[in-house]
Ligand binder design. Structure first.
Ligand SMILES: [Zn+2]
Length: 234
């Protein structure tokens, strides 16, 4: 109930005694806490109170990558999501691997890790993929122009091996339809360069013969082996 006093309408004073802060003592609220009706109405809702509905509708802005258009940024964000899903699925299957089954894991280990299908190899690869799942979050991305020297070689993406605070560089060809289903695999390949410190010993699609002849150690040091393995197993 309001109480009129001249032109000002006041709320009834708050109860005289309220619980103090952490010491558990009772304190008397200051009279300055009394608010006129206008002051009361102008109060902004507290964080715990009503929330401005326009705030609720606010969308999280799309993460923008260096030198990339909004469409390119959206493509990168979607491909990162897919690559993460692939990694998680591959890790789950590796967790179940007993040296023979699931067959999909056995076949992929045989094809991409020098024919080594042992339980231990499965554990090593699982550990390596978990590293990528954790570290890829800090990767930066940069879109290069067609005229950039690095893009003239024809590779869709590049990463400096094992050098922190450098971006994964993407050429315009990365965004073409040719790579529509391969972009997540390309990202895993680049993450492996960055966070496993792997090199390009051989690519399965470019130098298949050489790739197939690599032994386990060579494959463990080869970025493409992880990317191809994940693509097959996911
Ligand atoms: Zn590479």
């Amino acid at each position: 109930m309001f109480r009129s006093k001249g032109n000002t309408t006041e709320f009834p004073p708050p109860s005289r005694l309220i619980l103090g802060e952490s010491n558990g003592h009772f304190i008397e609220p200051s009279k300055q806490n009394h608010k006129s009706k206008n002051e009361f109405l102008q109060q902004k809702p507290t964080e715990s109170g009503n929330v401005n509905p326009s705030k609720k509708l606010k969308k999280k802005p799309l993460k923008k990558y260096k030198g990339c258009t909004s469409t390119e940024s959206e493509t990168i964000a979607n491909d990162i999501k897919t690559a993460k899903k692939w990694l998680k699925n591959a890790i789950k299957k590796l967790e179940k691997y007993d040296g023979k089954k699931p067959t999909i894991v056995f076949d992929a280990l045989e094809a991409h890790f020098g024919g080594s299908t042992s339980w231990l190899t499965g554990k090593i690869i699982k550990h390596k993929l978990k590293t990528l799942l954790g570290t890829h979050k800090v990767a930066g991305y940069q879109c290069l122009k067609k005229t950039n020297k690095a893009c003239k070689k024809g590779d869709p993406a590049m990463a400096y091996w094992c050098i922190p605070f450098t971006d994964i560089r993407l050429c315009p060809s990365f965004f073409t339809s040719r790579y529509d289903n391969l972009r997540p695999k390309i990202l895993i390949h680049e993450w492996s360069h960055k966070y496993h410190c792997t090199g390009d010993v051989a690519y399965r699609d470019k130098n298949g013969d050489k790739y197939r002849k690599l032994n386990l150690l060579q494959q463990l040091l080869n970025a493409d082996s992880y990317a191809q393995f994940v693509k097959d197993v996911q």
